[in-house]
Design a protein around this ligand. Structure first.
Ligand code: GLY
Ligand code: MN
Ligand code: MN
Length: 444
């Protein structure tokens, strides 16, 4: 049966792109056996499960979203790509929905072979025989580590029959991380769309937030916009923080009432087709910025723009964190929130009273995406097709050394940036961040 004729009631990713990545990985690993499981389903309470989310490494290499699946690739001159997945089961499909089953999954996802997941125990030890190296995630899941050991031991138990057992385990994630760091066209297209949907959600929040509402209602508006545009979930728990809550970096309570003129910090991004967006905006609730709010906001924005300006191929990853620190520290001195020369404020890290996190991270299938930051003791250099966030902020808690008018101001501005051949493109550029553009929405 032709692929187009198969009756599939689920949306498919660009399966060719996933298969190509798998082939590239097989080539780069050389010899041995590659084994990669997807994530297990997890119980939330009683017999309810958390919404299922497949493992990002597994998805990157397959596009396959069902639980209880493992890929095996026999490496070498002519690699065999093998999928183990759930059987078709009409009874379960009546209750829970469609399953591909091995035969259809093999066709659709371009595997050489596919078997029932119930065959895993029987077939993996035979695939491991005579392989020196097993490439698999190490230390990611205790149960998987034990399973790998058990399989290796079962091969060892038969060495007198003339086979050899693996002598080396290598963490396959290291090789996949390097690939995931450089996004292909399919990924960039999805991430640009995820950025646009997330921008729309922030705009909706800016327009909707009014005194008397609660933070969770704004969270609801954001999720509504995500879903309305086809992104069924947030990529991470949305931070919707009004007033002093904005100074709690990972605030998740999202239950406080909104007061006119207070700032609201929202860190929220959708997950679209398994890819994360990650945007933070801070705006005054149904008002214009007050003087002190505006002073801090303009400073954070200046630092964020300086960071983005510094992003281009060849620049070490950590450079933009230094740029953020430079601009913020100078601004804090100018606002009399830090004392001493710029060099002293940076050397003593006194700015950390107000800026205590890093300027950003890789972004992709995971919000804090896979990929090294350091290699051989040096900061990784930026390359075209990397995607990262730029998210400086200032968080001013009440303290004796802080004038009262700055108390409880928490501001972060975060965008998603694609490195290009010549510089960069901001994927979340449609989300307003100038004072004027924000006030047009909040005080309009
Ligand atoms: N929302 C997670 C982060 O900004 O890193
Ligand atoms: Mn964020
Ligand atoms: Mn982030």
């Amino acid at each position: 049966m032709k692929r187009e004729q198969l009756p599939i009631p689920v949306t498919l990713p660009n399966v060719n792109a996933h298969a190509k990545r798998r082939a590239r990985l097989a080539k780069s690993l050389g010899e041995g056996l590659m084994l990669l499981p997807t994530s297990p389903e997890r119980t939330r309470n009683a017999d309810s499960h958390y919404d299922y989310r497949w493992d990002s490494y597994f998805y990157y290499l397959t596009g396959f979203r069902e639980p209880e699946a493992v890929i095996a690739i026999t490496l070498g001159k002519k690699p065999r790509h093998i999928l183990f997945c759930r059987d078709k089961d009409m009874e379960r499909e009546i209750w829970d929905g469609f399953r591909f089953g091995p035969a259809m999954a093999k066709e659709i996802f371009s595997f050489d072979e596919a078997y029932s997941i119930t065959e895993l125990e029987r077939l993996i030890p035979s695939l491991m025989a005579n392989c020196d190296v097993v490439h698999t995630p190490l230390g990611a899941d205790a149960e998987w580590d034990q399973t790998i050991s058990r399989w290796i031991n079962s091969v060892r138990a038969k060495v007198r029959t003339g086979i050899t057992a693996p002598v080396e385990l290598r963490d396959v994630r290291h090789a996949v991380n390097a690939m995931r760091l450089i996004k292909d066209d399919v990924e960039i297209d999805i991430m640009a769309r995820a950025g646009k949907i997330s921008s729309d959600a922030h705009i909706r929040a800016m327009k909707t937030a009014k005194p008397g509402m609660f933070e969770y209602q704004i969270e609801g508006e954001i999720l509504h916009e995500f879903m309305r545009k086809g992104a069924r979930q947030a990529a991470y728990g949305s931070i919707v923080a009004a007033g002093s809550n904005a100074c709690v970096l990972h605030y998740r309570e999202n239950s406080a009432p909104l007061k006119k003129g207070d700032l609201m910090l929202i860190d929220a991004g959708c997950e679209l087709e398994s890819y994360a967006a990650d945007i933070t905006r801070t705006f005054p609730i149904a008002a214009k910025f007050s003087g002190p709010q505006r002073d801090i906001y303009e400073l954070v924005l200046e630092s964020q723009l300086a960071c983005i300006n510094a992003l281009k191929p060849g620049v070490p990853f950590h450079k933009y964190h230094e740029v953020a620190v430079q601009v913020l520290a100078q601004g804090l001195i100018d606002l009399k929130l830090c004392k001493g020369s710029l060099d002293k404020v940076i050397a003593t890290e006194s700015y950390r009273q107000f800026y205590m996190h890093r300027a950003g991270h890789w972004l992709g299938l995971d919000v804090h995406d896979a990929g090294d930051y350091m290699q051989q003791g040096k900061s990784v250099k930026l390359e075209a097709r990397m995607v990262l966030t730029v998210e400086p902020g200032l968080y001013i808690r009440p303290a004796d050394n802080v004038p009262k008018h700055f108390w409880d101001i928490g501001i972060r501005i975060e965008d998603d940036v694609l490195i290009t051949q010549t510089g960069n493109t901001v994927l979340t550029t449609s989300c307003p961040k100038s004072v004027n553009d924000i006030e047009a929405l909040t005080a309009g």
